[in-house]
Design a protein around this ligand. Sequence first.
Ligand code: ADP
Length: 570
Amino acid sequence: NCTHTTGDQIDGNLLVAKALVKAGVECMFGVVGIPVTSLANHAVSLGIRFLAFHNEQSAGYAASAYGYLTGRPGVLLTVSGPGCVHGLAGLSNAATNTWPMVLISGSCDQRDFGRGDFQELDQIAVVKPFSKFSVKVTSIDRIPNSVFGVLDEAVSGRPGGCYLDLPSDVLHQTVSESEAENLLLSAMNSRKHEANGNIETIEIEKAVSALRQAERPLIVFGKGAAYAKAENELKELVESTKIPFLPTPMGKGLLPDAHDLAATAARSLAIGRCDVALVVGARLNWLLHFGEPPKWSKDVKFIVIDVSKDEIELRKPYLGLIGDAKKVLSMINKKVKDDPFCLGESHTWAQAISNKVKENVSRMEAQLAKDVVPFNFHTPMRIIRDAILGLGSPAPILVSEGANTMDVGRAVLLQMEPRTRLDAGTWGTMGVGLGYCIAAAVASPERLVVAVEGDSGFGFSAMEVETLVRYQLPVTVIVFNNGGVYGGDRRRPEEITGPHKDDPAPTSFVPDAGYHVLIEAFGGKGYIARDPNELKSALSEAFSARKPAVINVIIDPYAGAESGRLQHKN
Ligand code: ADP
């Protein structure tokens, strides 16, 4: 399906590629086919890196994570109909996590729509719940404006997913090169520049005064603060006031997990007893127990910093500061600097948290110190933690998914640098692993990428190990293989009844599956690890090679709990 350019005419495919380049897009993820293959080829010729996947779902997860890591929209390119539908996984994930992403799909010929055309679908209707802005390009002259429009919308205000629909007839229309240049130029000139929101000084004063008067203040931050790159401002605030802090799972690393004021290992105490909580770029949703009792005290005053007015209106905090976390925090810091206050180490609240952290950490360390074989979740996790810490800086980006693997990993693995953790996120999305690995490797080429995931999470997109090998990305995928979703077949004999009793349990996979062999089929490196020595040597070899590798860690199928730590929701 190679469309091309004749004389000084260029077609829609080339014009889209030119507009993407002009808008600063450096990288795209996707699966090519009718009618967008030539668009991808043109984009590559013009200098855009195209990461070609096996499945749009994975490519979409990659685009969403790329948006989060870089602060620029991750772009996913798909074919029409089913390609667009598969891409919805990534778009919805971006929308839910509030990450900037643009899904670009080809669509059927406008004249044939409604008559059962090839891969026909009303794609604008389909993407609606997951996009903050979508546009169908109805003629070639609309291309530059539409491309800039979706890219700008994805990052404006609260970041999110946007959609660009490219009918095949538009991709084949042509304009002269000079006309194309004019269209690009005038669209560039009419791009909107986001107005900066204004925060009243009085609001900042109110926030600082509430923190100053608090007996048990806490600073909570999430992936919105990470997206805003607010780490320096958070460090300044925490270190000048000595207020303890609690990161959400993906907020981990904005300040090092090993920081003296980290309350992570005393989470229940910190949120249960704090009287004023400054919440930065984190929603008071299920992950933070809706900010309600019994997890939080009923009198806690929330001061919420969020770029989204809707979010503030939804939560009705004591005080809402609408704006970019980095900017708002620097205003707060300035105010604190003018009239400093500090909890001090002898403060009973800081002491109580620090004592609880020490107690919980030493209990966890005692559990981790044992070498349990066949492996439980803790022993290999400790070995992985130590191997990652041994790498120093730049720390690798950790990708984590799976119920037990992610839960245990969140507690054991330490995040020492900002934006080095990607996990199942707000939606608890499983299957993100390989896509996130590829996005991380492309977005942060200086870092190694280490995925620690369950066998079930890995299986969603295991074929993308070929993509890792094809692009030679420095990614080590560690599969915690306990033979199924939550574990192997754990049914008691009396539970195994009915006409299909000879089928394996819905939770189980082939026991002892050779996941490491998968990557070897494509020339990557595979390892199997059944004990601490095998795991240590595999990690050391894979990390120093910086080449695609899969380490198949065999875990006791009876280790791990159903639904991990979310049993109450099952
Ligand atoms: P977590 O899962 O870490 O708790 P959430 O995804 O629930 O984090 O919340 C992130 C919040 O951050 C969202 O409400 C989003 O609107 C907000 N946000 C996104 N970008 C920024 C920014 N630049 N400044 C402040 N808040 C932001």
